[in-house]
Design a protein around this ligand. Structure first.
Ligand code: SAM
Length: 233
């Protein structure tokens, strides 16, 4: 069972993605929630104009790609194995803390479920903002540094199979204020909104009556949240 195959690893060990590489595209696998989140994230990405570039930081196996057609979609990830599984993406095997792409190259920068995996949040934000053109859009989703999030998104979700066991290190959950402040420091006024799985969908999915679950807005950003902001200029 995928959820138990990596109990020997430290939380947030990159080796996890190598071991689970064959699970990325399984709609009922341990990355299932990433599929739902990719669909929700894509709704924040505008229709592509001709020649528009989207840089997808920590793209994994490219789950976002089918939802954002029309862009030149550049995917940056440390896991070569995951990148090999991505379709419709120009892969760049690199650290999101040091991206080998030019300043201002992107109309849209996406950071989906990556900020809670990095050891240097200010640096990751600086890189994301550096890549954006003036007027470009930053789109992100991540997990909040709260006790509720540690309970729900790490404790429960990893136990019931909505995320791989050990994928999150609670110490890396994201301080929302720091995130907004870092973005502002790089000219991006980030607005946050909470999201959660639709309860009825989740129940229907759990008894195999729905293939997927819609992510819907929720009042609190204390667990899972999205952020969007344009770079001034
Ligand atoms: C939870 S997955 C999210 C993947 C994708 N964004 C999605 O939502 O389907 C996190 C991804 O970030 C990658 N990753 C983690 N730390 C990274 C880093 N410092 N630089 C680049 N990629 C990293 C992992 O290899 C993994 O593919």
């Amino acid at each position: 069972m995928a959820g138990r195959a990596h109990d020997d690893l430290e939380p947030n060990d990159p080796e996890l993605y190598e071991r689970l590489a064959d699970q990325w595209w399984r709609p009922d696998g341990p990355f299932v929630m990433l599929h739902w989140l990719a669909a929700a994230r894509a709704r924040l990405v505008p229709q592509a104009r001709p020649g528009a570039v989207l840089v997808d930081l920590g793209c994994g196996a490219g789950l976002l790609a089918p939802h954002v057609r029309g862009y030149r979609h550049i995917g940056v990830d440390l896991s070569e194995t995951s990148l090999r599984l991505a379709r419709g993406i120009d892969p760049v095997c690199a650290d999101v803390l040091d991206v080998p792409l030019a300043d201002g190259c992107a109309d849209v920068v996406v950071a989906g479920e990556i900020l809670e995996h990095v050891h240097d949040l200010p640096r990751a934000v600086a890189e994301a903002c550096r890549l954006l053109k003036p007027g470009g859009l930053l789109v992100l989703d991540t997990l909040a540094d709260t006790a509720l999030c540690r309970l729900v998104a790490v404790g429960i979700a990893e136990r019931v199979g909505l995320a791989p066991r050990g994928v999150h290190d609670p110490a890396l959950l994201v301080d929302r204020r720091a995130l907004v402040r870092e973005c502002a420091g790089h000219g991006v006024r980030l607005e946050l909104r909470g999201i959660r799985p639709a309860v009825f969908d989740l129940l229907a999915w759990s008894v195999r009556r729905r293939p997927s679950v819609r992510m819907v807005p929720t009042a609190t950003t204390a667990v899972l949240f999205q952020g969007t902001g344009r770079k001034i200029g």
